[in-house]
Design a protein around this ligand. Structure first.
Ligand SMILES: [Zn+2]
Length: 347
């Protein structure tokens, strides 16, 4: 049996500690200006004592809350607990029901807002984070009546999603517009993706290093080679074998070797309106691999770069699992915060 330990924020009933700084000015000396008992929503605490202070500099008064409390009805602990219930797969209504079992009455609308607030805070924490290697991958998620395209960005240093965009990965210009500010904000220098053409445009436009996920490459090239093995003339089978070996070891000189092989093969003989012959398909494959080879091998010279995009795919897996039980998000705002919280597995 595995045990999950939830680390929730501490909530104090009162604090004797005085405020350090006035919320209105830079004043640092205060007079106590009365106290109130504030009822709060929490799993353990029902009331907290809040002191009022008056600033000796600007003479304004303010409430000074004990740890884990704000001006909101719920404590920080309850808000996070409600968010976690939702993230673990319960609906807003079911989360509300569980809390009522703990004698806390919180409406499902409040829990929806809690989820938004929690994502807002993570977004703030994420915004200054430095991310050198970013994994990108597209997915389709059910929202407002149909499948919506989203693009997920994962910090491959930690495996945590950084953000999710309402962007179609097949549209390179949309990806560039969305990615450019992220690159500047986080100092991204390499992206890891599958080998869609749009990502080649993106890396060129934004001058990023690129690693193409080798898991994808091996799968589609493996299939193509298997088909060609059946269809090309026997005297050329050695080429197929050599491509397989090159891909197996990802030889640093692979690009030149593939180009040399490409030149050895007979040129195009079919008319443009005819289907390409097997030999022509092999030739096209050699050229494409030769051109993209450097993006297969980035990980060899940069140890922080993984050779597959698996971390991004597993974040998407977590997001999709949660999206299935949601049965369709109603707005982009709800979808983004929902996907982000579901995709994050640690704090
Ligand atoms: Zn003041």
């Amino acid at each position: 049996m595995s045990i999950v330990v939830l680390k929730l924020p501490k909530v104090k009933r009162k604090t004797e500690e005085r405020p350090k700084k006035c919320p209105y000015c830079s004043g640092t000396t205060f007079q106590r200006w009365g106290q109130v008992n504030k009822p709060v929503k929490d799993v353990r605490v029902r009331n907290v004592r809040v002191y009022r202070y008056r600033c000796c500099h600007c003479w304004r008064t303010f409430r000074h809350y004990p740890q884990g409390n704000t001006s909101a009805d719920q404590t920080d602990r309850l808000r996070l607990f409600a968010t976690l219930l939702w993230t673990l797969g319960l609906s807003h209504r079911a989360s509300s029901l569980i809390l009522s079992g703990l004698k806390v009455r919180v409406s499902f609308m409040t829990i929806w807002r809690d989820v938004q607030v929690e994502w807002g805070e993570r977004k703030k924490r994420n915004s200054w984070k430095s991310v050198r290697v970013l994994g990108l991958d597209g997915a389709y998620v059910l929202g407002w009546g149909e499948k919506q395209p989203v693009l997920v960005a994962v910090d491959l240093g930690t495996g945590e999603p950084i953000t999710v965009g309402y962007v179609n990965e097949y549209d390179p210009h949309a990806v560039v517009r969305w990615l450019r500010p992220l690159v500047q904000q986080h100092g991204i220098s390499v992206i890891v993706t599958d080998d869609l053409t749009s990502y080649k445009v993106v890396t060129e436009k934004l001058q990023l290093g690129h690693q193409i996920c080798q898991f994808h490459v091996r799968r589609w090239v493996g299939r193509a080679l298997k088909d060609l093995q059946e269809t090309i003339p026997k005297e050329w089978l050695w080429v197929v074998e050599e491509v397989r070996e090159l891909l197996d070891v990802l030889h640093p000189e692979g690009s030149q070797r593939l180009h040399a092989l490409w030149k050895q093969l007979p040129g195009r003989s079919s008319r443009p309106d005819q289907a390409r012959s097997a030999m022509e398909q092999l030739r096209d494959l050699l050229l494409r691999l030769s051109r993209d080879w450097h993006s297969y091998c980035t990980f060899q010279s940069e140890p922080e770069v993984p050779w597959t995009n698996n971390a991004t795919e597993s974040a998407i897996g977590r997001m999709k699992m949660r999206a299935r039980t949601v049965r369709g998000y109603k707005s982009w705002q709800g979808m983004q915060s929902g996907l982000m919280l579901a995709g994050t597995y640690t704090r």
